[in-house]
Design a protein around this ligand. Structure first.
Ligand code: URP
Ligand code: ZN
Ligand code: ZN
Ligand code: ZN
Length: 479
């Protein structure tokens, strides 16, 4: 045989091109693209179906330690299983530094959590919550050199948020060492003030979560993050952008010539604030509590427009898996706990690609190339994994999805492979789903059957992301 595997009659889509080819795979990598390739030990006939690069999920939370008594329902075993069944072959969860903890200890702890469990490949983002002089001067530069080249910082959440000065200091380290900074942009003091007022009025139901974090708190923090990035002269990426007012700030930045990238997520296309409940006795609204909260239909349209126009480079799940029932889930603080005590986040690793392919590509809103860019190629580039991940190209890992389209299906949690007891997308129609997922040439999902194995996923050290490079300016950059 000439190849370990040949996929015949593939209608390949990359971020740039669409072409018909056979795909030859040896040792887990794509080694040939062409027509009439020789034989493979294993052969798969794609029969003219779309074949896209395996999804790269640039934002998910698995087995991440919490401080409120809650526990994430998915660890690396169930999370990567769910990813594979939804066509995602690379994930980037977060090694989260607790305040008082060294960054190195957080990374080592997180490796132990992944060890022997992951079924698809994974890299780590860092969360920097305690930027001590040691962290800024020693640990972070070392970790960047070792392949942890992106990190998230928070402007809200008491146990994670940085002061403005700390944000500036972290951005300066990213600039010096070439890392990508992801920013959670919400104004913590505005949220605290609004929350106090809501609670004083007895407004504790899940739906008040949305009122405690209106768009202006996201808009203000987005602008502030952009201003600090301009001050320091470093690109940044704003994560989980929810709608119009933040998008306006992104355009403002573009108009000023700044490299400001942005991510959005399925919840901002498919959910609204009404999913947090329409009355005070609607506890099920807790299922859709995430931050920033989903907005309204007009904002969904703004997010769709932004995916189409290129405001967003990255479409991630922000999978943050808490059960609805049980003592460690959404009501870890007791049944009927007020909204500010409900852990934030919704599951979405497995449904991300099918939702966007169905409602984006199959409706004609997005080209299949845009779909690939948003869900794989740009993500790999943003976080230093390209071209090993995120493309169909010679030398790339054979991480591939063969699509089934023209389906009339609805999403049901009973058919998903995560360990969460609900999906916010229950009952939502999808016309496309991965028929087959391959990770480094191995079939991990085929016709509704999971074929992956815990421990086969490998850790990926990341290179310095090209998009994180500061702009070259004639007179040098910076203030
Ligand atoms: O509500 C959310 N998105 N929770 C997950 C953590 C985060 O901020 O991304
Ligand atoms: Zn966040
Ligand atoms: Zn713009
Ligand atoms: Zn998140």
């Amino acid at each position: 045989n000439d190849f370990d595997l040949v996929i015949r009659n593939a209608r390949c889509a990359t971020a740039a091109d669409v072409f018909e080819a056979d795909i030859g795979v040896c040792d887990g990598r794509i080694v040939a693209l062409g027509t009439g390739l020789g034989t493979g030990r294993e052969e798969i006939d794609a029969d003219g179906r779309w074949v896209t690069p395996g999804g790269v999920d640039g934002h998910c939370h698995l087995d991440q330690p919490t401080t409120d008594g809650s526990r994430m329902a998915d660890d690396f075993l169930t999370g990567t299983r769910s990813a594979a069944c939804g066509g995602t072959t690379t994930i980037l969860p977060f090694a989260c530094q607790m305040k008082g903890q060294s960054l190195r200890a957080a990374v080592e702890d997180y490796h132990r959590r992944a060890e022997g469990k992951a079924a698809v490949d994974y890299a780590f983002h860092l969360i920097v919550s305690d930027p001590t002089p040691e962290v800024l001067g020693v640990e972070l530069p070392e970790l960047i050199r070792e392949g942890y080249t992106s990190f998230k910082i928070y402007m809200t959440y008491d146990d994670l948020k940085l002061s403005d000065r700390e944000i500036i200091d972290v951005l300066a380290v990213a600039r010096e060492h070439g890392a990508m900074v992801m920013v959670h942009a919400e104004n913590a003091d505005c949220i605290a003030w609004l929350t106090e007022r809501l609670l004083a009025k007895g407004h504790t139901a899940p739906r008040y979560h949305a009122q405690s974090r209106p768009m202006l708190v996201e808009r203000e923090a987005t602008h502030r993050a952009i201003a600090y990035a301009e001050l320091v002269d470093v690109p940044i990426l704003i994560v989980h952008v929810s709608g119009r007012e933040a998008v306006e700030q992104l355009h403002w930045a573009h108009g000023h010539g700044l490299r400001v990238y942005a991510e959005t997520c399925p919840q901002y296309l498919f959910l609204t604030a009404e999913d947090l409940g329409i009355s005070d006795d609607d506890g099920h609204g807790a299922k859709c509590i995430c931050s920033p909260p989903p907005r309204d239909q007009a904002n969904q349209q703004v997010v769709w427009d932004g995916l189409e126009s290129g405001v967003f480079q990255v479409f991630s799940s922000d999978h943050a898996p808490f059960n609805f029932d049980g003592p460690e889930g959404k009501f870890t603080a007791g049944s009927g706990a007020s909204f500010e005590k409900i852990p934030n986040g919704i599951p979405g690793l497995e449904t991300r690609l099918a939702l966007l392919f169905s409602h984006g590509v199959e409706t004609g809103r997005l080209s299949v190339q845009q779909f690939v860019a948003l869900t794989a190629t740009n993500v790999a580039k943003m976080y230093g994994l390209y071209p090993q991940k995120g493309s169909i190209a010679i030398g790339a890992d054979a991480d591939l999805v063969i699509w089934e389209t023209g389906l009339s299906r609805t999403i049901a949690n009973a058919n998903l492979h995560h360990a969460v007891d609900y999906t916010p997308y229950e009952g939502m129609p999808v016309s496309a789903w991965p028929g087959m997922t391959l990770s480094r040439g191995e079939v991990v999902w085929r016709n509704g059957t999971y074929l992956g194995a815990p421990g086969r996923g490998r850790f990926l050290p990341c290179g310095l992301p090209e998009p994180a490079r500061p702009k070259t300016r004639p007179n040098g950059g910076g203030a």
